[in-house]
Design a protein around this ligand. Structure first.
Ligand code: NAP
Length: 270
């Protein structure tokens, strides 16, 4: 398979790119800055079939040029939308411009790549789209509401695609990890609006601490799942992965919206 994977400088998809290439697939691994992608370069130089491609998913022209080249060079059998970013803080402290930018990374970027890949996949009546979303897309939590909003939107689009593309033989899968220790935690966007409020300050710190201690340390199960889904002839539409992911998602389904708000209020308190 020829597989285009975004966001391969670190985290889940650095692992996924290497593993998928090791399984014999040709990988087009995108990074924003190829000059700093040393681990990916090492993997390629060790003989793995990896092409390192520059892509900021917010850049439409770059995405067009890249997809045209891959399609012209033999097609794209699978697209793994993994590149993503997160913001941590109160909704009130996030500017509209920041939120637009986050949507560019987490929704419009993947949406554009999907739209670019689909004419080719549709004409061949086959293809795979794997979208790396988040448990935050199912379960709202305080102080990550806007990240969650991008992933809710990503999920909604992905579910619609799964139905719309069925007759074209194109399979869509949503990977839904809970919290894992990757570089996303070091790259969290700071909210743009400074708000001098002791309650926000205390709660932000507390929720951050509570979430940090719940992180899984090893991202390998996530990238193994991505590689397995890629090779699965009949993947289920959503895969939950990570400590308590299944339990939390089912708890959210079982209780009322008001009960969930109470749960969140308890979570943000000592
Ligand atoms: N780790 C978690 O707990 C967790 C949980 C649920 C879902 N997820 C999702 O999993 C995916 C991968 O995250 P990760 O945890 O593996 O974190 P990560 O190590 O930070 O990986 C994120 C990747 O996305 C890239 N990226 C960020 N902004 C980009 C842009 N504008 N254009 C292109 N690439 C961009 C990063 O590249 P740079 O190096 O250039 O920044 C990096 O390669 C994300 O979609 C994230 O939302 C993560």
């Amino acid at each position: 398979m020829r597989v285009l994977i975004t966001g391969c400088s670190s985290g889940f998809n650095l692992g996924a790119a290497r593993l998928i290439a090791r399984r014999g697939h040709e990988v087009f691994a995108t990074v924003r800055n190829p000059a700093t992608a040393t681990e990916l370069r090492d993997a390629r130089d060790s003989g793995l079939p990896i092409h390192i491609e520059a892509l900021d998913v917010r850049d439409g022209e770059q995405a067009h040029t890249l997809m045209d080249r891959i399609v012209a060079g033999g097609g794209v059998d699978a697209l793994v939308n993994n590149a993503g970013a997160s913001i941590f803080g109160p909704v009130e402290a996030t500017s509209i411009d920041q939120m637009r930018d986050l949507m560019e990374v987490n929704l419009f970027g993947p949406m554009r790549l999907i739209q670019l890949a689909l004419p080719h996949m549709r004409s061949r009546r086959q293809g795979r789209i794997i979208n790396v979303s988040s448990l935050s897309g199912i379960i709202p939590l305080p102080y990550v509401g806007l990240y969650g909003a991008t992933k809710h939107a990503f999920d909604a689009m992905s579910f619609s695609l799964a139905a719309e593309l069925r007759e074209f033989g194109i399979k869509v899968t949503i990977i839904t990890p809970s919290g894992f220790k990757t570089s996303i935690t070091d790259k969290l966007w700071e909210p743009a609006i400074a708000i001098d409020d002791a309650i926000y300050a205390a709660r932000t710190k507390l929720v951050h601490t509570k979430m940090s201690i719940r992180l899984d340390n090893d991202p390998a199960p996530v990238f193994q799942l991505i590689a397995n889904v890629l090779e699965d002839d009949n993947p289920t539409v959503r895969h939950l992965i990570g400590a308590n992911a299944v339990a939390l998602a089912s708890r959210r389904r079982q209780i009322s919206d008001d009960e969930w708000v109470e749960h969140m209020v308890a979570f943000q308190n000592p």
